[in-house]
Design a binder for this molecule. Structure first.
Ligand code: PLP
Length: 391
């Protein structure tokens, strides 16, 4: 086989996603199709984003487009933002600029974990497994609570072995929209402290927080960095700006990481990112950071869409997890077969993500980044298919 084992492993690990992508081809060229699959924009970009990018397009010197690693003004704006938002004393040097959360997660795994190390990831959860396989690390799934999808600390404790190096926490969570409370995170911190002592090797926590600023009903947010010192935080601007194609994010070291370790990690970032293929965001995206810190999708409008869909689908008999954050709606597929459910909807021109993509064959996810008009068009099909499949 010409394909490397790594490429093959990554391919296998995302098989449910690729087969779903293939089925999406059916959407091509069809009129009136309603795409509720991914968290992509369906309206024109935010004016604040466009203005910020236009502004930095004008070169201010001969080195405007020179090689750029993490730029100081971006790091300073982000550290100040994190200090405000999380109440933790982040310093600019703790911040490494990356190509979205994808880049930050790839960097984080390689920063602290070795080949063969185990990384505990949430299930249902995002695509950590293929990223780990491609780094020759071993994903170990820890189930979230099957009813509430809250963090199940006992499940994480059971998943930890002497080879565990990292535990990933994703709050607000994709695909469930759950936001984990401080008490639950503190219980997790105690488990990780114990495991580190037992293993004689530190278990790190990676807090994947790209939806941190997308929360409903004024619900609070606790970063795991507030309760566990050995935490790496990753973030992406792709969600809050609803512009995932403009790659911008960061990896931040918790201010509580002990100084000697922090110095070592800070120094390792640049060579590691270079070795990974120049993983820094484009210069223009970095220049725009100070302006972009305050730009956001319209959370009130998102709340209206959430309430409309939750209300209408609950009336139609759907069992849903009411999202506290993110722009997704997670529910049980009527009839229990997410693939059949998604196929029945696709026949009616409505595309949703079957839970197989997240390792949960009985659920589905809808993205509320669709316009209200798209959601209204989808509702009759959702109601009809739901009614047909629930006995
Ligand atoms: N982490 C989670 C939980 C996500 O949902 C996503 C994107 O869908 C990412 C990380 C990656 O974000 P980005 O594409 O902005 O790098």
């Amino acid at each position: 086989m010409e394909l490397s084992e790594r490429a093959h492993a990554a391919d296998q690990a995302i098989e449910p996603v690729t087969s779903f992508f293939l089925s999406l081809r059916a959407m091509d060229g069809q009129d009136g199709v309603v795409d509720l699959t991914f968290g992509d924009p369906h309206e024109m970009p935010l004016p604040g984003l466009v203005t910020a990018l236009r502004d930095v397009l004008e070169p201010r010197g001969t080195d405007w487009f020179a090689y750029k690693s993490s730029l100081a003004p971006a790091q300073e704006a982000i550290a100040a933002g994190l200090r405000d938002e999380l109440g933790l004393p982040f310093e600019p040097a703790d911040i490494t600029m990356t190509q979205g959360a994808f880049g930050a997660i790839a960097l984080a795994f390689r920063l602290v974990a070795d080949v063969g190390d185990e990384v505990v990831i949430p299930a249902p959860g995002w695509f950590y497994a293929p990223m780990l396989r491609a780094a020759d690390m071993v994903p170990i799934k820890a189930s979230l609570d099957p009813e509430t999808f809250d963090l199940d600390v006992d499940a994480v404790a059971r998943a930890i072995t002497p080879r565990t190096r990292v535990v990933v926490v994703n709050s607000p969570a994709n695909p469930t929209g759950r936001v984990y409370g401080r008490d639950r995170l503190a219980e997790l911190a105690a488990v990780l402290e114990d495991a580190s002592a037992r293993n004689g090797r530190r278990v790190w926590l990676l807090s994947d927080e790209p939806y941190r600023r997308i929360r409903f009903d004024g619900i609070g947010f606790t970063s795991p960095a507030a309760v566990y010192p050995w935490t790496l935080v990753d973030y992406s601007y792709g969600k809050v700006l609803l512009a995932p194609g403009q790659r911008l994010g960061y990896l931040a070291l918790s201010p509580s990481v002990p100084d000697t370790v922090r110095d070592e990690l800070r120094a390792a970032m640049l060579p590691l990112q270079l070795a990974l293929g120049w993983g820094f965001p484009d210069a223009l995206m970095q220049y725009a950071v100070p302006a972009l810190e305050t730009v956001s999708i319209d959370l009130d409008e998102l709340t209206r869409r959430r309430d409309r869909m939750v209300g209408a689908l609950a009336d139609a008999g759907y069992a849903l997890t009411v999202p506290e954050g993110t722009f997704y709606l997670w529910g049980a597929a009527p009839g229990g077969d997410a693939v059949g459910f998604a196929a029945a909807l696709a026949e009616r021109g409505v595309y949703v993500l079957p839970g197989t993509v997240f390792d949960r064959a009985g659920h589905f996810r809808i993205s509320l980044t669709a316009t209200s008009a798209m959601l209204e068009r989808a509702l009759p099909a959702l109601v009809e298919v739901g009614a047909g499949l629930v006995r």
